[in-house]
Ligand binder design. Structure first.
Ligand SMILES: O=C(O)CCC(=O)C(=O)O
Ligand SMILES: [Fe+2]
Length: 215
């Protein structure tokens, strides 16, 4: 194996999760927030059981990549570790394949196609983050779509604002097996971010499920 064990502090799972199976729960309890402009966010805290065990397995077993990008002519480290699973590739844990398929079935009428790819992010501590953006590479630049996120590990806020600026309009703490689904025009008309945190926060993993041709 060439996977690198990321340098993250030890993680204490909740006692409740120990020994339980790992997998998605029912989706009936999802609550929708309309953001406006045809954008919405669905939220289901505690969707996954065995979430903390899954978190540990992903931190240890995923071939995490550190990426760099050029910003104002300087090469800077992207402040989170990444892994990408394209369509047809088995996900790093069978519970994630199960999750993708359960989400595809639940949202079939709205999405009209299956969830196909999975992007994984590891936020090692409060200094890791993702800046304001929409997932607008590919078809999501011009079309409504869905992006579903399973959040594991220590909760971090996922925040939303209208595209182009303004104060935070919605703040959803997400970790320990929570589900969050962005839908409608959300990627085009709104922006989301995981801000840096000055608090002492432990590592968090997010798994983003997207349909084909959406990044
Ligand atoms: O980690 C998250 O919850 C959000 C990740 C995200 O927005 C992205 O990778 O596009
Ligand atoms: Fe995103």
């Amino acid at each position: 194996m060439t996977a690198v064990r990321p340098d993250v502090p030890g993680f204490q799972g909740s006692l409740f999760d120990q020994g339980s199976d790992i997998g998605p729960g029912p989706l009936g309890g999802v609550r929708r927030t309309e953001l406006g402009d045809g954008a919405w966010v669905d939220h289901l805290p505690g969707w996954f059981h065995g979430a903390d065990a899954l978190f540990e397995e992903l931190v240890a077993g995923v071939p995490w990549q550190a990426e760099e990008r050029t910003m104002y002519e300087n090469v800077v480290a992207v402040p989170r570790l990444l892994a990408y699973y394209r369509e047809g590739v088995p996900l790093p844990h069978p519970a994630l394949d199960e999750a993708r398929d359960a989400l595809g079935a639940h949202y079939a009428a709205e999405l009209g196609e299956p969830f196909a790819t999975a992007g994984l992010c590891l936020y090692r501590d409060g200094r890791d983050s993702v800046a304001w953006h929409g997932d607008r590479t590919g078809r999501s630049a011009t079309r409504d779509t869905l992006v579903a996120i399973l959040a594991l590990g220590d909760p971090r806020d996922l925040v939303f604002r209208p595209r182009g600026g303004g104060p935070v309009a919605l703040r959803l703490p997400s970790g320990h097996g929570d589900l969050l689904v962005m839908g409608g025009s959300c990627q085009r008309t709104w922006e989301h971010a995981v801000p840096k945190s000055a608090r002492a926060v432990g590592p968090r993993v997010s798994v983003q499920f997207r349909p084909r041709g959406v990044r």
